[in-house]
Write a protein that binds this ligand. Sequence first.
Ligand SMILES: CC/C=C\C/C=C\C/C=C\C/C=C\C/C=C\C/C=C\CCC(=O)SCCNC(=O)CCNC(=O)[C@H](O)C(C)(C)COP(=O)(O)OP(=O)(O)OC[C@H]1O[C@@H](n2cnc3c(N)ncnc32)[C@H](O)[C@@H]1OP(=O)(O)O
Ligand code: TJR
Length: 413
Amino acid sequence: MNFCATKQRQVEVSRSRNQYTLETEVPAFKYRNEPNSTKMSLFQWLKGQFLCQLIIVYGFLVSGLLINLLQICTLPLWPINKQLARRINCKLGYSLTSQSVAILEWWSGTEVTIYTDPKDSLLYGQENAIVILNHNFEIDFLCGWSFCDRFGLLGSSKCLAKKELSYLPVIGWMWYFLEMVFIKRKWEEDKNNFVQRVQNLQDYPEKFWFLLQCEGTRFTKEKHRASMQVAEKKGMPLLKHHLLPRTKGFWVAVQNLRGTVAAVYCCTLNFRDNETPTLRGVIRGKTYHPDFYIRRFPLETVPEDEAECSAWLHRLYQEKDRYQEDYRQTGRFPGPIVKAPRSPWTLINWLAWTSFLVYALCLVLFKIVNSGSVLTIVATVAVCIAVSVGVRWMVGHTEIRKSSKYGVPLNNN
Ligand SMILES: CC/C=C\C/C=C\C/C=C\C/C=C\C/C=C\C/C=C\CCC(=O)SCCNC(=O)CCNC(=O)[C@H](O)C(C)(C)COP(=O)(O)OP(=O)(O)OC[C@H]1O[C@@H](n2cnc3c(N)ncnc32)[C@H](O)[C@@H]1OP(=O)(O)O
Ligand SMILES: CCCCCCCCCCCCCCCCCC(=O)OC[C@@H](O)COP(=O)(O)O
């Protein structure tokens, strides 16, 4: 049983007409994600069923391809009414991304606990921001989406992502229409396109957060060792829980988004009890316990000069490193917990897509079996095998053991 034994103040933030209000004290022991065992046993049983997991993957992929198709249909609109095309793509993006949030929050029962200043939380969702985040976990992008959804920015939020992710069916194709910024992580090759894509966000019609994972790659022992050798050579303090941040992307984003974004949100994510979450675990319904610490820095406080801005970011990562160390000692981040409720719309959208697609699948399977054609049946089995290989390949992109060798000496990809 998980419980937080620290006496702490929890601030409930409820959504009413886009306002986050109401504060309540909660008792010292706050039980988290504790399902009523009898009521939940059927649900637990369902989570363990391979068929249910298959339906989740099928629903996500097929709805994703349909959404990709709808996104392609918006292409003729871009030259005529760009802002409308962008808004439609945000809605389409929401319809796909929110399914993964529903799977995280409602299926696996994983809830992100947010530690932040309640005053700052009133601004979340009301302003554009650059978000920086550590890159240690296989489902950090899912937790990020959950956080975006709690503050109404799920469809429109963006990230700086490695180019390889743009080729991923469904997710990567969707991101292309959502104007994500893709980079090869080779500055000379990236710089023109990067600056252009960031500048394009200056007139974005929806509120957005722009996520930068300044470490540039996921944390592994090998990358950490290499990165700390660089820090040592530069005479910088060593980090224990982070790689040395790459600062160029942050500086360019800040410079080009002054006047567009209001603040930098420094986010630090960790999981209770040294959990090592995986996407497979989420699909199998395993509950994880992410804790998430956010500090808001008004953009005016970030230096304009490149060297000073870079030093500012390094200092921030040194602080983040101390928060991670404290978290390991105490099991919590500083500050009060702000509770933003999960939205029922993610669940409604997910159930609507899944019911529709399962119904359609039953009709198609019935027709195939009824046709009695051996060729059709063999072709169907072949397609299923191909899709299964494809899904493993896609899920593999989230796995740290398959992470790139970026940042390891003599191998910068
Ligand atoms: C709980 C969640 C919380 C919050 C989430 C909130 C909101 C979420 C919002 C939106 C979500 C939307 C979608 C997200 C969903 C999924 C996406 C998830 C992830 C995608 C992320 C990625 O793909 S990460 C990979 C790509 N991103 C990056 O690389 C960004 C970071 N990099 C940069 O910004 C770089 O600056 C650069 C790539 C632009 C350029 O890099 P470059 O190396 O060319 O230049 P730099 O000057 O920056 O760095 C060079 C200096 O670095 C030194 N250094 C450090 N370490 C090393 C090392 N290991 N080896 C060699 N060199 C190293 C080096 O010495 C250089 O120093 P100099 O002094 O010589 O300059
Ligand atoms: C919950 C949804 C379930 C639906 C069914 C599953 C179908 C498969 C979905 C696959 C989704 C893939 C999203 C990939 C996002 C991964 C982002 C990421 O973390 O990229 C790593 C890079 O930042 C750094 O790369 P490395 O240099 O560490 O290498």
